[in-house]
Design a binder for this molecule. Structure first.
Ligand code: HEM
Length: 626
């Protein structure tokens, strides 16, 4: 094993040692809640030690205060849209255009040979393990469709690769049903800055890697100013003319004007509109306390608040919904509030100045754990959750619950995403209620919707997203499943049957497609095939990357782990983040939802249906009979 990048303190080392012993007999997820949470903490210490690696051969790429000076003091207390100056010592860290990092040493993430890239055929893997057969939608019945839209919305804040102009001509199968050739743009590698980049190319992230709402605000200052209202109110532009409701503005072609508008569907339309409205509501609140502030200052503070609010919702609401396990519930609450808990934190603030365990990560001081901050190729890989997308969405009225219409997702993508809303067929309130009673697809084998396996995008490509997901991981040097686990210090299956937890039929299919060589099983396919921990919405393999990177997004950010206070956020803004959750955001902008929002259960779990919705028997909102 390579030497660690991060040196844990004595207490952490003790914790790690203790749980190594415990885990010889019992895995973390079988321990009682609080002990399981401590076990996760110990796992994270080791992940920080061994699984953070820069995408550059040297840290000089991150810039320094001499060659990349802070040219505008405004960004001492405001997010810069291109991500610059979040770190005042490494100003380019996390900027748009900087490389993805890695969770494994770069020597294990080599560019594949042609043979490795195409073996076994990605299209065969797509057909065998990813295609959803007609009528075989497998719903994730512990989640609602809003949870699926939410994670895509967040991913659009964090990551997006650049495309090259060169293409792959993806080999098709004998008797393939694909129409014509399957051409795909290659991922564009960054220029070679070091000899190691030849073997392990770097790829640039076109989004900022910070949790800075770039899906809403854009990843450059120029983009942000296009999206802002010219008035001195700090607000984002929204369109109200001609409709009863408020919409995102559109360009002349009908595309939404927002920070990141690729891969658009009604789910994106809903969440982008909701958080643009939230930004504007925060502006009004801050203006009340600061009547003499400029529009820029109001905007800057509202953006900080809106971003922190999304980070909090993701941490304490979305994550415990998709990873419904008592240890996780405790762990994620601890990430935000610390063991001290929400109530004490709200009354007296941080009781420990720097301990993230006692008082949460916000305000605990920034720490990059020895490696410059970035998001990683493996992080992108584990968020390839395209099977969350169902075939259809059933829409209902929020006032009486009556079924209105069921629409194929294919009919509400890209420019058509807004159609049901603008046609007056359903209101935003109806759509949110409907999303919250529809199920997403489960993250498992053979659950990619037909739409996703023949997806026409506005750039003229038609993609089989399952083929794409396999090919991209291989192209970008993401290790295959067994090696992925080995490098995370997890047990590695020796047989296909061990991998599938005893599912003989699946094991036989895997063995056939992967030619009997378990080491070649793709990370995504292995993750979909392993037995899932009770309550979990995805694999434990993917989860290890999660627990590491979820905390890192908070811990590296100067505006969250560092200047987490009323000076930076304003008193009004700080209270807004700490006292608001997703349910409040929904009810604030769509008051008709207030009566149906569940009081006690997680907002991303299926809501209780109104009596009027119960008559609908479609698979979109009903658990299939066993
Ligand atoms: C209808 C909904 C969706 C559409 C149309 C869509 C479409 C796409 C497309 C076209 C790409 C680029 C593929 C390429 O590399 O050539 C992509 C990438 C990706 N999508 Fe989706 N997607 C959808 C939903 C989701 C969801 C629910 C998730 C869950 C997190 C997700 C996560 C990702 C990730 C992680 C990438 C890789 C980004 C990168 O390469 O940097 N997508 N998607």
């Amino acid at each position: 094993m390579d030497p660690p990048n991060f040196r844990p303190n004595f207490f952490d080392r003790l914790l790690v040692g203790l749980f190594h012993l415990v885990n010889l007999f019992i895995p973390w997820y079988k321990l009682p809640g609080i002990i399981g949470a401590l076990n996760l903490d110990a796992l994270r210490v080791e992940l920080r030690q061994y699984n953070l690696h820069d995408g550059y051969a040297s840290a000089t790429a991150q810039g320094n205060t001499d060659n990349t000076p802070l040219d505008d003091k405004r960004y001492l207390s405001a997010r810069n849209s291109d991500g610059k100056d979040n770190s005042l010592t490494m100003p380019k860290m996390g900027c748009s255009g900087m490389r993805f990092g890695r969770n494994f040493p770069r020597k294990y993430c080599k560019k594949p040979t042609e043979q490795e890239l195409w073996t076994p055929s990605p299209r065969l893997v797509s057909e065998a393990f990813m295609s959803r057969k007609p009528g075989d939608f497998k719903p994730a019945t512990t989640l609602n469709l809003l949870a699926a839209a939410w994670i895509q919305f967040q991913v659009h804040d964090w990551v997006f690769h650049e495309s090259s102009e060169e293409t792959y001509d993806v080999p098709l199968l004998l008797n393939d049903t694909w129409h014509g050739q399957m051409k795909l743009y290659r991922t564009k590698p960054d220029e070679v800055l070091d000899a190691s980049d030849i073997k392990c190319p770097g790829y640039r992230n076109t989004s900022t890697a910070w949790w800075d709402g770039s899906q809403i605000y854009g990843s450059s200052e120029a983009k942000t100013s296009e999206l802002r209202d010219q008035h001195e109110d700090g607000k984002l532009l929204l369109e109200t003319r001609g409709y009863e409701e408020t919409f995102l503005p559109r360009d002349t072609e009908g595309n939404p004007k927002t920070g990141f508008s690729d891969n658009w569907w009604t789910g994106m339309e809903l969440l982008h509109t909701l958080f643009a409205l939230e930004h504007n509501a925060i502006c009004d609140k801050i203006r009340e306390g600061h009547p003499d502030w400029t529009g820029d200052k109001i905007f800057d503070k509202a953006r900080l608040v809106n971003c922190a609010l999304m980070a909090k919702i993701h941490t304490v609401e979305w994550t415990p919904a998709i990873l419904a396990h008592p240890a996780l519930e405790i762990g994620m609450n601890t990430n935000w509030w610390g063991i001290a808990g929400e109530t004490l934190n709200k009354i007296v603030g941080r009781i420990s100045k720097t301990s993230e365990a006692i008082s949460g990560i916000p305000g605990s001081t920034v720490d990059h754990q020895g490696v410059p901050y970035s998001l990683t190729e493996e992080f992108v890989s584990v968020y390839r959750m395209h099977s969350l997308i169902p075939d259809n969405i059933a829409f209902f009225k929020v006032n009486d619950g009556k079924h209105k219409v069921t629409i194929p997702v294919a009919d509400v993508t890209f420019k058509d995403a807004v159609k049901p809303l603008k046609s007056g067929e359903v209101s935003f309130g109806d759509a949110f209620y409907s999303f919250c009673i529809n199920y997403p697809g489960a993250i498992t084998n053979n659950n990619y919707a037909n739409l996703m396996r023949s997806l026409p995008t506005p750039d003229g490509q038609v993609r089989d997203m399952a083929t794409v997901d396999i090919l991209r991981d291989r192209e970008r040097g993401v290790p295959r499943y067994c090696q992925f686990r080995r490098l995370l210090r997890m047990s590695v299956p020796k047989t296909f049957e061990e991998l599938t937890g005893g599912d003989k039929e699946l094991a036989a299919r895997l063995s056939e497609v992967y030619n009997g060589d378990i080491e070649t099983v793709d990370a995504l396919v292995g993750s979909h095939s392993e037995p899932v921990i009770k309550g979990f919405g995805f694999s434990e393999t993917a989860f290890r990357i999660f627990i590491l990177m979820a905390s890192r997004r908070l811990k590296s950010d100067r505006f969250i782990a560092g200047q987490w206070n009323t000076d930076m956020y304003t008193k009004e803004g700080f209270d807004w983040v700490q006292n608001t959750g997703m349910k409040d955001v929904l009810a604030r902008h769509f008051p008709e939802l207030a009566a149906v929002i569940p009081k006690k259960t997680n907002v991303f779990a299926p809501w209780v249906k109104l009596p009027g919705s119960k008559a609908y028997t479609g698979i979109e909102t009903n658990t299939p009979k066993a």
